[in-house]
Ligand binder design. Structure first.
Ligand SMILES: NC(=O)c1ccc[n+]([C@@H]2O[C@H](COP(=O)([O-])OP(=O)(O)OC[C@H]3O[C@@H](n4cnc5c(N)ncnc54)[C@H](O)[C@@H]3O)[C@@H](O)[C@H]2O)c1
Length: 264
């Protein structure tokens, strides 16, 4: 499919996992792609493997000027800007310190909000004028199932993702007249290389709740982003597409209840 021929995209967090798969998918569909990440060498490697259609770029999502410079670079380097996939997030080892409201350090709260949320807003702020100049564009923000449900830990991560959904609706509402669509993706459990290497090998608690008989892959998310980026999704804006194998589609106690009825 060549649904994105002639279009220019930025993928943040493009060095690995979902972002790398999305960069590859958008390029395969004809887009030119800026693979942007704080992990510069990995971003370069993803771009090099894609070839001429991609360019690796180092930026720090925690720094407003760096986000602005990234957007301006993409528009200048490729001559226009049609697609912004805000996807970078603070999901490394520090996630373990992202605990409860009463425990989480202020600096971690602030850093999480800066990378997971403020950078998405700043990216939109500077991408929108470029998109408006050429008649429109598509912004796809990576939220999470954590945006919609509480958790015993990760209060900053979940709150930042909830706000990403709100930001998505505000951008969609305020810029529809300029031809700009803005949607969010809410991945459930996605088996990225980072997750596969995390030592978390027992998927049983997840598979009890995921309706699909398999776990999600970065390519599942990439396909959804490519669709929302394309003109095929031209009448879709301000919405959230759950890419979660049905995880969010049902009452979470059903699996346990059925096991109980079956005498398990
Ligand atoms: N994998 C899942 O199961 C899952 C589930 C729900 C949501 N998500 C979301 O999907 C997105 C991608 O996550 P992933 O699972 O591919 O993990 P990942 O760690 O592979 O991707 C995150 C990327 O963000 C980059 N990044 C971190 N801090 C940055 C900064 N300050 N500036 C620029 N880049 C920075 C990292 O270098 C990394 O490449 C994230 O928004 C994450 O919250 C993932």
């Amino acid at each position: 499919m060549n649904r994105l021929e002639g279009k220019v995209a930025i993928v943040t967090g493009g060095a690995g996992g979902i972002g790398a798969a999305t960069a590859r998918r958008l390029a395969r569909e004809g887009a030119k792609v800026l693979v942007a990440d704080i992990a510069h060498e990995a971003a370069e490697a993803v771009a090099a493997a894609i070839g001429d259609a991609a360019h690796g770029y180092a930026f720090d999502a925690a720094d407003n000027d760096s986000v602005e410079a990234m957007v301006e670079f993409a528009a200048q380097h490729f001559g226009r800007l049609d697609i912004l996939h805000n996807n970078a997030a603070y999901v490394g080892a520090d996630l373990a310190r992202d605990s409860k409201v009463t425990d989480i350090p202020y600096d971690l709260w602030d850093k999480t909000m800066a990378i997971n949320l403020r950078a998405y807003f700043v990216g939109c702020r500077f991408a929108i004028p470029h998109m408006a100049r050429t008649g429109g564009g598509s912004i796809i923000n990576t939220a999470s199932g954590s945006a919609f449900l509480g958790d015993l830990a990760r209060v900053a991560y979940g709150t930042s993702k909830g706000a990403v959904v709100s930001l998505t609706r505000y951008v969609a509402t305020q810029h529809a007249a300029e031809g700009i669509r803005c949607n969010a993706i809410a991945p459930g459990l996605i088996m990225t290389p980072a997750f596969a290497n995390s030592g978390q090998t027992n998927l049983e608690p997840f598979m009890k709740q995921i309706l699909s008989p398999r776990v999600g892959t970065p390519d599942d998310v990439a396909a959804a982003v490519a669709y929302l980026a394309s003109d095929e999704a031209g009448y879709i804006t301000g919405t959230v597409l759950h890419v979660d194998g049905g995880l969010s589609a049902h009452q979470p106690y059903v699996a346990d209840f059925e096991a109980m009825l079956a005498g398990g």
